[in-house]
Design a protein around this ligand. Sequence first.
Ligand SMILES: [Fe+2]
Ligand SMILES: [Fe+2]
Length: 477
Amino acid sequence: MNINITAVDYDGLIPNNVGLGQDLRVKHALEKWHPGYINWWNDMGPEGFQESLVYLRTAISVDPKGWAKFDYVRMPEYRWGVLLAPQHEGRKIPFGMHKGEDAWQEVPGEYRAMLRRLIVIQGDTEPASVEQQRYLGKTAPSLYDMRNLFQVNVEEGRHLWAMVYLLQKYFGTDGREEAEALLQRRSGHADTPRMLGAFNEKTPDWLSFFMFTYFTDRDGKMQLEALAQSGFDPLSRTCRFMLTEEAHHMFVGETGISRIIQRTCELMKEHKTDDVRAIGAIDLPTMQKYLNFHFSVSLDLFGQEASTNAANYYTQGVKGRFLETRIDDDHLLTGAAYEIETVEDGRIVKKSVPALQALNERLRQDYIDDCARGVLRWNKMIEKAGIAFEMKLPHRGFDRRIGGFAGARVSPDGRVLSEAEWKANESKWLPTSEDRAYVTSLMGPAVIEPGKFANWIAPPARGINGQPGDFEYVRFN
Ligand SMILES: [Fe+2]
Ligand SMILES: [Fe+2]
């Protein structure tokens, strides 16, 4: 397979490898959108740090061998660009009724509305998380963590650019309107909220931030993986490059949580106590409750277990499965079945449904498997520290708002409960206002001395881009 690496044009206002210099219509549309974006960033981006110099990576290439450079940047001056992964010449659509046909370089008229909707939903999540994380810089547990937060934020901004490019380039007037609307909605706003539930929740503290980047960014990963299989080649290429950046967001989440666990275990051993709150750390049961919350709101993002929309997306070639090309089946799924779980008459039952309709559930299962790997690593650390505690993913039916489990009361170990049983136990399973107040109380003013960390979190094993432990990741003016 031939791979075309188009050089990145880094000179104009918008760094890109999509030939914007020759595509004046789209270039002008993006330049017109740009001031609104900067206004949004100034209003809704990291509060109080817009003038700071942050040691950020910027994508300057899409070559997997070296695509980023690191330097001090003021966030509003970050080079948000439009970067697509290299085009694979001769790429074929890998699934659905168009399987084996050439991938589309333009939007097929009959799939226009469907593709636009998928792009808008993905696009909406990107600025939403920046809005959710807006105040966290003020309580960063170290310069290292502050820098990682801002890195995630600017890259979510770039992901918005990526989706807006597709809208402007391929969807005409309605694409332009959608691009504007992406700057108008606000996370958690009563009248103009973001489109998906988890992106309207608050991210009020750093434990929530790490849980969000571990669990909710991972939903993003799965959606991008499914869209990277799309028959619409520009969408596929866009998502493939976004996945390169997304990996860092989940790294931030996984290592953030493991550093808190590490610190908690150290203090438990040092002080020979389970009551680490008395010494200013986050106890493991509280971490488990936060995990339960973030996991279940993220599971909701995958939608209904059985969905005709999901079937249509697949059959029509616009959204595939996780690792579609590595699955050994017919990639049509017309006669196949898939087993889902749902609640009927107060019991969890297994039900066989057409595999095509169960694609949301299948992606959710891939997601659960992916989540479980990090939990295993956290548990190894706890075990190594000689502490008898095991972190667990709750049952998929626990505290759900969407799908067959919505409305049912399911315990973390997968039993359907009465309302009274739920009420009696809820405070053991989900963060209470007291838990949240305790975690909030640990979020002191940002720790800004290079190499220093808040008491409740261990330093990372290594620095960003090989930098030493006391590196000055953020410089203040
Ligand atoms: Fe993203
Ligand atoms: Fe992300």
